[in-house]
Design a protein around this ligand. Sequence first.
Ligand code: AMP
Ligand code: MG
Length: 398
Amino acid sequence: MLTVEEALDAILSRVSALGTERVDVVGAWGRVLAEPVVSRREIPPWPNSSMDGYAVRAEDTGRGAALAVVGRVEAGGLPARAIGRGEAMRIFTGAPLPEGADTVVPQEDVDTGAGRIALRGALERAAFVRPRGEDVRVGDRVLEPGTVLTAAEIGLLATLGFGQVRVYRRPRVAILSTGNELADLGTEPGLGQIPNTNTYTLMAQVLEAGADPVSLGVASDRLEAIEERVRAARDADVLVSSAGVSVGELDLVRDALTNAGAELHLWRVSMRPGKPITFGSLAGRAVFGLPGNPVSAMVTFELFVRPALLKLAGRRRLTRPRMRVRALAPVSNPGSRRGYLRVQLEPIEQGLGARLTGEQGSAILRSMVAADGLAVVPPDTVVPSGGDLEVIVLRELP
Ligand code: AMP
Ligand code: MG
C-alpha cells in the first residue's frame, strides 16, 4: 500500500503545465500567469501631491512664514511655471509638483490671504509628496509566472498598460459516472436505483480548482459502454471517472481504460475514506478512476485530482492550506489507515477549534456538507478533547 504522499508524487511527476494563451486583462481573473511581467512604466511617472494644498520649498516653511501664491495646478494639468524662493503654488491631489517645489502643505494647515498663505510651522522635505517611481520603476519584475491573477494583480497590469496577458490554458476535465444503479438528475430513481451524485460533486470540484468540467453522463456497468464514453473524452485534458474501480465482477473501469489505450497504475492508498484509486495516462492525458462512494470520491479528488489540475493550470502552490487546531471533542481514527475526517471549525479564544461533522461513513454526504476541513489523523489514534489536530482547510474560515 502506498502512502498518500507517494501516490501524489507519482501523479504529479506525470503531469505538467498545459499550453498558454493570451487573454484580455478584464477577463483574466482567476487565471494563472504564464510569463513574468516587467514594467515599462514608472509609477507614479512624476512626483505628485498626496493632498489638496500648496506646493512649496521645505526650506521656506516655518511658523508664520508667508508665501506668495503664484499659480495653480490640478490633477490632469501641468504647472505653468517653476516656483522660486518665497513662493507657493496651489495644488490638488495627484497633480504634478512644479519645478522648484519639494514639499506640499495641506490646505488645512495654512491661513489664506489675498494671493498669499501663512504657514503655522515647518514641514519636513518631501512631506505629502509621492515621489516618482515610489510604486513601480521601469524594469521592475512585478509578477512571476504561476501567480494567480486576482483584483490587485489585474489592477497592476492595467496600471502598467498591459491590456492582454499570457496565461495557462484552463484544464478541460471530463467527468464520467459509472454504475447500473444510477438514475441521473431529472429522472426519479426507480426501484433499486440511487441518484447520481458524483457527476455533480466532481464537476463542482473541478470548477473550484479553476478548471472547466464537461459531463460524460452515466455509463452502465458494461465494458463497451464505459469504453465508448472514455473515447468520447478525447478532447479533454483529464478524465475523472467514479465507481467501478474495486475488484468486483462489475468493476470494469480499469479494463475499459486499458482497452481504450490507457497505461494504468492502480494503487491501494493507505487512507480512510477511499479505496483503491486508478491513475494513468491515455494519449498524454491524465485519467483518474475514483471510488464510487460520494465522500470517497470527493476526498480522493481533493487529495489527488485537485493538485494535478492545479499543476496542469500552471500553479506553483498545489496544496490547500493546513492549520493546527484544537480538538473540541475526542476524535478517533481506529484501524491501520490514516484518516481524513470531516470536521467543522469554529473560533475559540485562541485560534480555531474542530469537531467531527458526525458519522464518518463514506456514503454520508451530509458530513461533507457540514465540513470546513479534513482532519488528518494518524492510524490507531484517539486525539483527546483539547488535543492538537492538523486540518486541511477546504472553505473560508469561520
Ligand atoms: P462501486 O465502486 O461501483 O462499488 O460503488 C461504490 C458505492 O458508491 C456504491 O454504493 C455505489 O452505488 C455508489 N456510487 C457509485 N457511483 C455513484 C454516483 N455517481 N453517485 C452516488 N453514488 C454512487
Ligand atoms: Mg458499481
